[in-house]
Ligand binder design. Structure first.
Ligand SMILES: Cc1cc2nc3c(=O)[nH]c(=O)nc-3n(C[C@H](O)[C@H](O)[C@H](O)COP(=O)(O)OP(=O)(O)OC[C@H]3O[C@@H](n4cnc5c(N)ncnc54)[C@H](O)[C@@H]3O)c2cc1C
Length: 457
C-alpha cells in the first residue's frame, strides 16, 4: 500500500489523499448526505497531466475510477468505494474570448464561477440554475437552464473538448477532430473519458427580467391550468419552471419561476398575466443581472441534506395529469422538498434533431421532477417512500425516458432510457473508446463485452 501511494504521489502534482489524512473526509463528502463512500485514494488534479497520470496509474493497478466535477450527481457517481477518485475541483482555469464570443473552461468550475467570468463581458451560455452545481457534470449530461429555449442546452453550445481516454491519451474533439467522440461527449455523461476542458459558444445576455411568483398551495390547480396555456405561447426568450415547495417561513406554495432574456420592458409586459391572474402571496419578479437570477435558488439547496429524486418527461400536461399532480402539492413529509415540480422545455433545445448529439430528449414540453430533501437520515425511508408514491401516481402520464442528470436510481434499464434512441450508437462508441468499461461510475453505457475493473480497498 505504502509503495503504491508513493508512486501515485510522484506521478501527480496535486495533493493525493487517503483515509486518515487531513482533508480526506472533506474531499470524499458530497452535497447529498445520503452518499457515504470511501475511495482508497483521492487525487486532486491540477491539470491535464495529473489526469493522464491518474488514468495510467488506475489502469496499471486495476483500480475502479470515479471522476468528480462539482460532486452534485444525486446518484453520487463522483465518489467510489475503494479505487481512485479523480478530483477535478481544483481545475478552475477559464478564458473568455469576447471577440470570438467563446470560452474555454476547465472542468472543476461550478456554474456560478463560470457565469461570473462570462458575465464580466456581458456574455453567457446555457448552464443550470443552482450556482454550486458543477459545470462539467451538468454539461456532459445535457444541461437545461434559463437560456435553453433561446440558445439550446449546454451541450448544444459545446464547440470543442479535451478528453483523456481510458488508454491515457488526450484527444481533442470538435466538429473537425474525432467527430464521433465529439458527438458522444455531448450527452454521454463521462462514459468516454475525463473531460479536462470544454469550449463553449457564448451569447450576449443580461440584464434579464426574472424571478418567481408564489401562489397558495391550495390554488395549484388554477395555476397549473393557467401556466400550461401561458407556457405554450412563450417566446424562446422566456423559460419557466414551477411546482410545490415551502417558503423559508414555512408557508407551502405553488411557485412559478421565470427568466426572460430579451428586452426588460418586453419581459415585464409578457410576464404580467402570470403574476396577476390571481392574487399571489408574493411576487419576486424584477429586472436584475443574469448572475443575480442564476443565484436565486441557491439558498434552497445547501450541502448536507439527504436527497432522493425521481424524474421523467411527461407525455403531455393533460387535465388528468394536472388532477393527479395537485393531489401531491404541499403533501411532502419534508419542508425542504420540491415536488411535484415541472420544467418547461421548449424553443431552440427542442428543435435540435434527436441524433445530432448523444443527448436524446428533444421532443417533450414538460419534465416532471420529485426532488426530495430532508435533514435526518432516520427520515429517509419515509421521504423515499413518499417520493416514489408521488412518481407512481404520475407515472401513467410519463414517458419511460428521463433526463439522466436528475435521476437518483440507477441500473441498466434506467441508463438505457436516459440515452433513448441514441443508446446503440453510444454502445458502439463505448466499444471503440472504452471497451473494458474503465469509466463506469456514471449512468453507464455498457460496452458489448466487458472485463470489469475491480475495487481495491
Ligand atoms: C441542486 C441541484 C440543482 C441542479 N440544477 C440543474 C439544472 O438547473 N439544470 C440541469 O441540467 N441539471 C441540474 N442539476 C443536475 C446536474 O446537472 C447533475 O447533478 C450533474 O451531474 C452535476 O454535475 P457535477 O459536476 O456537479 O456532478 P459530479 O457528481 O461531479 O459529476 C456527475 C457525473 O459526471 C461525471 N463527470 C463530472 N465531471 C466530469 C468530467 N470532467 N469528465 C468526465 N466525467 C465527468 C461524474 O463522474 C459523474 O458521473 C442539478 C443538480 C442539483 C443537485
Amino acid at each position: 500500500m505504502h509503495a503504491t501511494v508513493e508512486n501515485l504521489r510522484k506521478a501527480v502534482r496535486g495533493a493525493v489523499l487517503w483515509p486518515g489524512q487531513d482533508g480526506y473526509e472533506a474531499a470524499r463528502t458530497l452535497p447529498n448526505a445520503m452518499i457515504d463512500r470511501r475511495p482508497a485514494f483521492i487525487a486532486r488534479c491540477t491539470g491535464t497531466a495529473d489526469v493522464i497520470a491518474c488514468v495510467r496509474f488506475a489502469r496499471e493497478h486495476d483500480l475502479l475510477v470515479s471522476v468528480r466535477g462539482g460532486g452534485h450527481s444525486v446518484a453520487g457517481k463522483s465518489v467510489c468505494d475503494g479505487g481512485l477518485m479523480i478530483d477535478l475541483s481544483a481545475m478552475k482555469g477559464i478564458r473568455v474570448d469576447p471577440v470570438a464570443r467563446t470560452v474555454r473552461a476547465e472542468t472543476g468550475l461550478k456554474l456560478g464561477e463560470f457565469d461570473r467570468e462570462t458575465q464580466a463581458f456581458g456574455l453567457a451560455t446555457t448552464q443550470g440554475v443552482v450556482p454550486t452545481v458543477g459545470m462539467a457534470g451538468l454539461t456532459l449530461g445535457g444541461g437545461w437552464g434559463n437560456l435553453h429555449a433561446k440558445y439550446g442546452l449546454a451541450v448544444d453550445n459545446v464547440i470543442a473538448a479535451d478528453v483523456v481516454t481510458a488508454d491515457g491519451r488526450l484527444l481533442t474533439v470538435s466538429a473537425t477532430e474525432n467527430q464521433d467522440l465529439f458527438w458522444g461527449v455531448r450527452g454521454g455523461s463521462g462514459n468516454f473519458g475525463v473531460v479536462t476542458s470544454l469550449e463553449f459558444r457564448l451569447h450576449e445576455v443580461g440584464p434579464v427580467f426574472g424571478g418567481a411568483v408564489f401562489y397558495p398551495a391550495a390554488k395549484a390547480k388554477e395555476v397549473l391550468h393557467f401556466w400550461r396555456e401561458f407556457a405554450v405561447a412563450s417566446p424562446d426568450e422566456l423559460v419557466t419552471q414551477g411546482g410545490s415547495f415551502t417558503l423559508p417561513d414555512g408557508v407551502p406554495v405553488f411557485g412559478v419561476a421565470g427568466c426572460y432574456c430579451g428586452p426588460i420592458s418586453e419581459g415585464e409586459k409578457l410576464l404580467k398575466p402570470l403574476r396577476t391572474f390571481g392574487p399571489p402571496l408574493a411576487d419576486a419578479f424584477a429586472a436584475m443581472s443574469y448572475t443575480q437570477l442564476q443565484g436565486m435558488f441557491e439558498p434552497f439547496f445547501p450541502p448536507g441534506r439527504q436527497v432522493y429524486t425521481k424524474s421523467n418527461f411527461l407525455r403531455n400536461l393533460s387535465d388528468e395529469a394536472i388532477d393527479v399532480l395537485v393531489q401531491y402539492v404541499g403533501k411532502s413529509p419534508s419542508p425542504y422538498t420540491f415536488a411535484p415540480f415541472l420544467e418547461h422545455w421548449h424553443g431552440a433545445a427542442t428543435r435540435v434533431p434527436v441524433a445530432a448529439t448523444a443527448f436524446p430528449h428533444r421532443q417533450y414540453s414538460w419534465n416532471f421532477l420529485a426532488w426530495s430533501m430532508w435533514l435526518d437520515a432516520s427520515d429517509s425511508e419515509k421521504n423515499k417512500r413518499w417520493t416514489r408514491e408521488c412518481w407512481e401516481a404520475v407515472r401513467p402520464f410519463l414517458v419511460a425516458g428521463s433526463y439522466g442528470n436528475y435521476v437518483a436510481d440507477e441500473g441498466e434499464v434506467i441508463a438505457r432510457e436516459a440515452y433513448g434512441p441514441n443508446y446503440d450508437r453510444l454502445v458502439a462508441l463505448k466499444n471503440k473508446y472504452d471497451p473494458t468499461n474503465f469509466f463506469r461510475m456514471n449512468h453507464n453505457i455498457k460496452p458489448s463485452e466487458v472485463a470489469q475493473p475491480v475495487a481495491v480497498t
